[in-house]
Design a protein around this ligand. Structure first.
Ligand code: PLP
Length: 407
């Protein structure tokens, strides 16, 4: 066999995902007008300030006598890292410096770099379900073993399930709040409680669990304050975010990760700094330079307007509730993770959802953690309001007679 077996297996799994995401164009070519609620691809354009800064940066670069596009230090431009360190220090009440920050090509890149840096072959990584299934790919690509732990019934942390899943091989805990797919945010008291549980575990087994906080949705919260992060309460953590969702820049690939200033002993920390930098260099050399200059200028808090996203989300939540779905209102992010109405299976749901000139496309719950979520569906609201309206009108007319005809 020319290609590695496990890569071929991963390709087979991702073929299922591509098939789902490719369905929209297939339906369009049949003359249908689908409402595609599958992918969380940011709809809102970056703020006007972004384009102004882009013009300014372009003009300045052009005027520079020396080539400003040469290689830079692998962790990124110092000035940009300083801006990120200041912003995160405010949120965490920690004293982060530029040297604690690495600019990354989005969280996907940061996760890969961190897992490569922290895992020995065969070590376990805990991910919470329902959760982002690409994690399994990043973990396996870096020779780790995936251990899935179910969230509590309100989609928070189930401490006893977490403690029960930890063994000598456990190296990393992956966290994602605001969560994809549930929209759950962790309150400060919950973060402090989690830090306490992790500290107890460290005392018991004599080595810490290393936490990776993957927070690309952290600015997309429908409250007037940003959520806190575990890094504030727990020193063995790396926090990462990106400008993919908050700034509408998913295609431009920029984010940053921060290592807690008191991570490990000074020697361990210095070693980890070198390892992270080496792994970043092996993967992307450095994060995109022009974007680093532009985002530093407008600031990491220059988030797109969330009003439209929240309006679409609440509208769809209410139509789903009327149609008999059960759900917990999302506190942040792009998604609704809803439980199908009693006695309606995924097959019945999709039969009905697709049997129209305006088919509704959604993602089956098992994509977020296996058969435990067979009765759930994820909807992304990153489509225009008119599309959400079309979906809602159909849902509101999904009366019981019509339902039974699709049983
Ligand atoms: C939970 C989660 N993590 C990471 C990513 C990757 O984001 P980025 O564009 O920052 O690489 C996504 C993208 O959808 C996501 O939902």
């Amino acid at each position: 066999m020319i290609l590695p077996q496990h890569q071929m297996e991963m390709a087979e799994n991702s073929a299922k995902v591509s098939q789902l995401f490719g369905m929209c164009s297939a339906l369009r070519s049949q003359g249908k007008n689908p409402v595609d609620l599958t992918l969380g691809n940011p709809l809102e354009k970056p703020l006007p300030a972004f384009y102004e800064a882009l013009h300014e940066v372009a003009a300045e670069l052009e005027r520079e006598p020396d080539n400003p596009h040469r290689y830079m230090p692998n962790p990124g431009y110092l000035a940009t890292r300083e801006v990120m360190a200041q912003a995160l220090s405010k949120r965490t009440h920690l004293d982060l410096k530029a040297s604690d920050i690495w600019m990354i090509a989005g969280c996907a890149n940061g996760l890969d770099v961190c897992l490569a840096s922290l895992l020995a072959p065969g070590q376990e990584v805990i991910m919470l379900t329902p959760g982002f299934m690409e994690y399994a790919r990043y973990i396996e690509q870096n020779q780790g073993i995936v251990r899935m732990v179910r969230s509590s019934t309100d989609w928070g942390i189930d401490h006893s399930a977490l403690v029960a899943a930890i063994n000598d091989q456990t190296q990393v805990l992956l966290l994602n709040f605001p969560n994809n797919p549930t929209g759950r945010v962790l309150e400060e008291s919950e973060l402090a409680a989690l830090a306490e549980t992790l500290t107890q575990i460290e005392k018991r087994r004599g080595k810490p669990i290393l936490v990776l906080e993957d927070s690309p949705y952290d600015q997309l919260v429908f409250e007037d304050h940003l959520p806190s992060c575990l890094m504030r309460f727990y020193r063995h953590s790396i926090y990462m975010t990106s400008f993919s969702k908050s700034h509408g820049l998913a295609g431009e690939r920029l984010g940053y990760m921060a290592l807690h200033p008191e991570w490990g002993t000074p020697t361990e920390r210095a070693m980890l700094e070198t390892i992270l930098t080496n792994n970043l260099r092996c993967r992307v050399i450095n994060a995109p330079g022009i974007m680093q200059r532009v985002v530093a200028r407008i600031g990491p808090a220059a988030c797109v307007d969330l009003k439209g996203c929240e309006k679409r989300l609440r509208r769809l939540e209410s139509a789903l509730l009327k149609a008999g779905f059960r759900l917990k209102p999302a506190k942040g992010g792009f998604y609704i993770f809803a439980q199908l109405p009693p006695s309606i299976s995924w097959e019945k749901w999709t039969d009905w959802a697709l049997a129209s000139d305006e088919p509704i496309l959604s993602v089956p719950g098992p994509f977020f953690g296996g058969s435990n979520y067979a009765d759930h569906v994820r909807f992304a609201v990153t489509v225009p309001e008119a599309d959400i309206e079309r979906a809602c009108r159909r849902l509101e007319n999904w009366d019981h007679d019509e339902r039974s005809s699709h049983v």
